[in-house]
Design a protein around this ligand. Structure first.
Ligand code: GLY
Ligand code: MN
Ligand code: MN
Length: 435
């Protein structure tokens, strides 16, 4: 659990780093699924990081003037009729009581109050271009605030994107965050194990999806952190295949990429196993190559290394492996220079992980690892069904994805709870029946 004092410390660190001014963070808009039915709501990750406030219609404003830091929350009001139909709200009182707002207001007051807040500041920290409604309010408020301050010459004249600074802090996970990541990843590893156990020829991709998502909810996760990918055979060559509608056949591989969201923290695990319980020779060749690349990338993780160099290593090892298997022809250095691996390995070897499954997008891949950084390592090989590829390899798709925490001296694989060695996988595929 993230305590209210941790949220407060995060706010202090972020606004102190940004400097004098007012930070404005809007919530994500709600999203319609059908007529009056919305998708389950997900708060904006930066707003979650700094406040924990889960409801839509929210704007956080954090002001820094000298030593003084003031935290406002503009929130949806309590509304008995709405709450009878759609669920509880914290409201203005709850925002103060549970989320430590110094001032809380009904969100419709933002129009009137924001110009009064902004006129005290020269810098507005605001992520423009993400939320059209708030963009309009913020721009209007800046105009009004300038008018109010014409005579003194002060007022907001600079707008700065706060994401890079917020992401800098989000990149290093606290002890409490690591506990939540462990839980979310543990739940996900167990779900993969269960899915392996119930896989048999004839079962469908959607039944495996159901098992995975059932295990998530059974263990208290709110939802999958992204649409669960269950791809049999050639469907595995579609990187984000989520139709999950086919039956699985003996002889095929099944690629499952699934991670839970638990208490706002995401897991992201991929395993690839044989539907019939035994890998074919060619499947084994590809699987062993991907596993070897993955392990060699993971072994290099320690403070000071970076994702970009790990990606270069993965590209080199995969290209060499594809030459050895006869899937690429030519000189290793030339093939690497010409990016020939991209026909078979078209994504990067990993990404940051945290509140978002693709976390802290403002942190460069060249950023040196520090203890507390968390990311995935997920090499893959996807062989298209095309004429110039040896027939026995066509349609084979393998990805192996683990979640890694950087420690003081090296790394910890957080997703250790689900097996990935060939013999360990073969030993459990199909040993249970669907419930
Ligand atoms: N689940 C998406 C990814 O692996 O990046
Ligand atoms: Mn991933
Ligand atoms: Mn994934």
């Amino acid at each position: 659990m993230i305590t209210s004092s941790e949220y407060r410390d995060r706010r202090i660190r972020v606004i102190s780093d940004l400097g004098e001014g007012a930070l404005i963070l809007p919530s994500n808009p709600e999203s319609t699924m059908s007529n009056d039915v919305d998708y389950k709501y997900r708060q904006h990750s930066d707003l979650l990081y700094l406040s924990g406030y889960p409801e839509p219609g929210t704007t956080a404003v954090i002001e820094k003037s000298g030593e003084e830091i003031v935290f406002h929350l503009f929130v949806l009001p309590r509304d008995p009729l709405y709450e009878t139909w759609n669920g509880r709200r914290y409201g203005v009182e709850g925002a103060k009581q549970h989320f430590n707002a110094d001032f809380s207001h009904i969100n419709t007051e933002l129009n009137d109050l924001l110009p009064k807040i902004l006129k005290k500041h020269e810098t507005v920290f605001y992520p423009q271009g993400e939320n059209a409604d708030t963009d309009e309010i913020v721009n209007q408020s800046i105009r009004k605030a300038r008018k109010m301050t014409d005579k003194t010459g002060k007022g907001p004249y600079r707008v700065v994107n706060p994401h890079p600074t917020i992401h800098k802090y989000r990149a290093t996970k606290s002890e409490a965050e690591i506990q939540l990541l462990r839980k979310s990843i543990r739940i996900s590893a167990d779900a993969h194990t269960r899915a392996m156990k119930v896989t048999k020829p004839g079962i469908s991709e959607y039944q495996i999806e159901a098992i995975i998502n059932y295990e998530f909810r059974k263990s208290g996760a709110l939802r999958p952190a992204y649409e669960t990918i269950v791809a049999g055979g050639i469907n595995g060559t579609i990187l984000h295949y989520t139709e999950n509608k086919n039956d699985l056949e003996k002889g095929e591989l099944i690629l499952v990429d699934a991670g839970a969201e638990y208490a706002n923290y995401s897991a992201d695990i991929t395993r690839t196993w044989p539907v019939g319980g035994k890998y074919s020779k060619e499947q084994k060749n590809i699987y062993s190559l991907v596993l070897d690349v993955q392990k060699r990338c993971i072994e290099k993780v320690r403070p000071g290394e970076n994702l970009k160099d790990l990606n270069d290593l993965a590209v080199k090892l995969i290209t060499k492996g594809l030459i050895d298997l006869g899937l690429l022809q030519g000189d290793l250095e030339t093939l690497i220079k010409e990016d020939k691996h991209r026909r078979f390995f078209m994504h990067k070897v990993g990404h940051w992980l945290g509140i978002d499954v693709h976390d802290v997008s403002d942190i460069d891949r060249g950023e040196k690892f520090k203890p507390g950084f968390c990311f995935t390592i997920e090499p893959g090989i996807y062989i298209p069904d095309e004429e110039d590829v040896p027939k026995t390899y066509r349609g084979i798709a393998v990805r192996i994805e683990d979640d890694i925490l950087v420690t003081e001296t090296g790394y910890e694989v957080l997703s250790i709870g689900v097996v990935k060695e060939i013999e360990d996988i073969e030993a459990i595929v199909g040993i249970e029946n669907l419930p």
